[in-house]
Ligand binder design. Structure first.
Ligand SMILES: [Zn+2]
Length: 160
């Protein structure tokens, strides 16, 4: 790494630590030419994951779609915002583990449904019933929003 002060390309790393929850490595370096110190940041290059849809079409994977679908499924369920965030992190982690560059929409669907089954049965049923009909999670997430927002009362028969 070239020194920003004297342009010498010879430095020594004197400190290295992860920041931003482990996604970034910050390194303090000391130039061996002028002894001045400077900092570099190293981060993961953007990973492009593509979703292979049922008809073979591909589209960029969208974490936002997963988030919106999940928030809809868990709407008015007794699950804290904190838990929802945790669940989203776990789901995204699993998705990135399965698909290095491509993942099928049905694999995403299975991951989501399995996770929902663990945490909330009503959310699971909401999601699974729609999922079976469409069998394509990326389409589903778009389809599921209006359906779920129209029928919250039918899904909670516990109010007498
Ligand atoms: Zn220097």
């Amino acid at each position: 790494m070239k020194c920003p002060f004297c342009k010498t390309d010879n430095d020594k790393v004197i400190d290295s630590r992860t920041v931003e929850s482990g996604y970034v490595i910050r390194r303090r370096r000391e130039c061996q030419g002028c002894q001045k110190r400077f900092t570099t940041y190293e981060r993961v290059a953007e990973v492009e994951l593509r979703v292979v849809k049922k008809d073979g079409a591909r589209e960029p994977f969208s974490p936002d779609k997963i988030r919106h679908g999940l928030e809809r499924a868990l709407w008015k369920r007794p699950i804290s915002t904190e838990s929802v965030e945790q669940i989203i992190r776990e789901i995204l982690h699993e998705i990135y583990e399965v698909g290095e560059t491509e993942i099928s929409s049905s694999e995403i669907g299975e991951i989501l449904i399995e996770k929902l089954m663990d945490i909330d049965h009503v959310a699971y049923i909401r999601f699974a019933s729609v999922y079976r009909k469409f069998n394509d999670i990326h389409d589903l997430v778009e389809e599921v929003e209006p359906i779920l927002s129209k029928s919250p009362r039918r899904n909670s028969p516990d109010s007498k």
